[in-house]
Design a protein around this ligand. Structure first.
Ligand SMILES: *[C@@H]1O[C@H](CO)[C@@H](O)[C@H](O)[C@H]1NC(C)=O
Ligand SMILES: *[C@@H]1O[C@H](CO)[C@@H](O)[C@H](O)[C@H]1NC(C)=O
Length: 115
């Protein structure tokens, strides 16, 4: 009985804490918004779903990369992002997305990351 109560408590805590963080598994999703000629990649399907990319169609890396954003405005809004244990600072989020798209890396903002 005690164990049962403990389990219930555990699940209610998990549920009340909202959506679990995405796993860090690298299973990159390439998403293309053909109307905007815009490609963005996500570390895995969970991150893609979280971004709720409306108008995106999942496609192949090759088809998507044709539409990588390569020009970003030089507005300074620095963010640190991590990928494979490396941390890199980007001048703004556009530069991060562009870098990911062109290189196939999936740097994710440390600030936005849910613990
Ligand atoms: C993209 O996805 C939408 C629905 O999510 C679909 O209606 C549309 O045909 C797809 N476009 C392409 C080019 O695959
Ligand atoms: C990014 O990380 C570096 C090194 O830890 C730090 O000096 C810098 O202030 C950080 N930048 C932002 C925007 O948090």
């Amino acid at each position: 009985m005690k164990a049962y109560i403990t389990v219930c408590l555990f699940f209610s805590i998990v549920l009340s804490s909202g959506k679990a963080a995405c796993p860090e598994t690298e299973d990159v999703v390439w998403a293309l918004d053909i109307r905007r000629n815009y490609c963005e990649n996500f570390r895995n399907k969970c991150y893609f779903d979280e971004a709720k990319g409306q108008g995106f169609n999942i496609t192949t890396k090759e088809k998507c990369q044709i539409y990588c954003p390569v020009t970003c405005r030089l507005l300074l809004s620095p963010t640190n992002a991590t990928y494979r244990g490396m941390t890199q600072e980007f001048s703004n989020d556009c530069f991060r997305r562009s870098h990911n798209c062109v290189t196939g890396a999936t740097y994710i903002n440390t600030k936005l990351k849910k613990i």
